[in-house]
Design a protein around this ligand. Structure first.
Ligand code: ADP
Ligand code: F6P
Length: 328
């Protein structure tokens, strides 16, 4: 895409919010202003983009937000943007407001939208941000590390009460159709088993594993279940209930849900977001559009959105085997 003179840049956050999004907004605003551009915040993701809901930002607009979870610009799921008509409305609003380029902070769906805009000729740069860590083009995405911290605090507490009562606990965690969060929580939380979408399990095998753990002298059994697994916590619990007499488990279920998204961003996420936000304005300044800014092998990188939306980031399944060894 040919380089365009940039005077005004928009920044938005879209999809599921993630701790560190505010630090990314702050970085885009301040590094953009440093480059001599006027920066506009777009409210509520693609919804605001379509409706022309843009606010002028200065360096002070992003004061005191680096430590705040959520997103000061708001976020949304916007079905209208998935339609060609919705996207045309967004491009018209951008032109009317003389916004020359956009930084889109979000996950898989948001970057698919960013790619669609880029295909329509809008200079766009994405920033990898989702607690699911399922984006091709970044080893780690903004928000995951804090989400892990939040989930682990809960898991550690559940372990205490599970031990007192010699109980088995199923703990369901987020991640959509990716098992990254569940696997990392299992590893860091010392779980007895982890159920992820990438590996099918038979509930009978899980039951045998739990019995084996008990026979090895364990005082509790903690099973981390990814929400996207074919057997999620609800289905597993109902299977165990149905076969209660035979399996003989006193099983409890905890669904961590949205608690995982609401944390105060930790140091890692603040620094990652700061680096990626700055990387995004650097890309725009170089005329490198239609890319996702992420972190690969600790370096800030730009990967074409065309690759990001067509390739799947693999989960390191060696870690699944390691979790099983360590659970013994
Ligand atoms: P995330 O970005 O966290 O994965 P979603 O999947 O909900 O969250 O996507 C956020 C928004 O991105 C959607 O509400 C929609 O507006 C836009 N989006 C998602 N998929 C597409 C698509 N295939 N084409 C255009 N826009 C999309
Ligand atoms: O993509 C982030 C995420 O938190 C997923 O892990 C989860 O499946 C989804 O968003 C929940 O979305 P909502 O907040 O719309 O219920």
């Amino acid at each position: 895409m040919s380089q365009k003179t940039i005077k005004q840049v928009g920044v938005l956050t879209s999809g599921g919010d993630a701790p560190g999004m505010n630090a990314a907004i702050r970085s885009v605003v301040r590094t953009g202003i440093e480059k001599g551009w006027a920066v506009f915040g777009v409210r509520r993701g693609y919804e605001g983009l379509i409706n022309g809901d843009y606010i002028s930002m200065n360096r002070r607009s992003v004061s005191n937000i680096i430590q705040a979870g959520g997103t000061m610009l708001g976020s949304a799921r916007c079905p209208e943007f998935k339609t060609a008509e919705g996207r045309s409305k967004a491009v018209r609003a951008l032109n009317q407001n003389e916004i020359d380029a956009l930084v889109i902070i979000g996950g898989n769906g948001s970057q698919t939208g960013a790619h669609a805009l880029s295909e329509m000729g809008v200079p766009v740069v994405g920033v990898a941000s989702t607690i699911d860590n399922d984006l091709y083009g970044s080893d780690i995405t903004i928000g995951v590390d804090t989400a892990l911290d939040v989930a682990l605090e809960a898991v550690d507490r559940l372990k205490v009460t599970a031990s007192s009562h010699q109980r088995a606990f199923l703990v369901e965690v987020m991640g959509r159709d990716c098992g990254y969060l569940a696997l990392m929580i299992a590893l860091a939380g010392g779980a007895e088993y982890v159920v992820i979408p990438e590996i099918e399990i038979d509930p009978e095998v899980l039951a045998q594993e739990l019995v084996a753990a008990y026979e090895r002298g364990k005082s509790h059994a903690l099973v981390i279940v990814a929400e996207g697994a074919a057997y999620n916590a609800e289905k597993l619990a109902s299977y165990f209930k149905q076969h209660e007499e035979r399996l003989g488990f006193d099983l409890r279920v905890t669904n961590l849900g949205h608690v995982q998204r609401g944390g105060t961003p930790n140091a890692f996420d603040r620094i990652l977001a700061t680096r990626l936000g700055a990387g995004a304005t650097d890309c725009l300044a170089r005329g490198e559009y239609g890319v996702l800014v992420g972190l690969i092998r600790s370096e800030v990188t730009a990967t074409p959105l065309s690759e990001v939306v067509t390739k799947k980031k693999p989960l390191d399944l060696k870690l699944f085997k390691l979790a099983a060894v360590l659970a013994k």
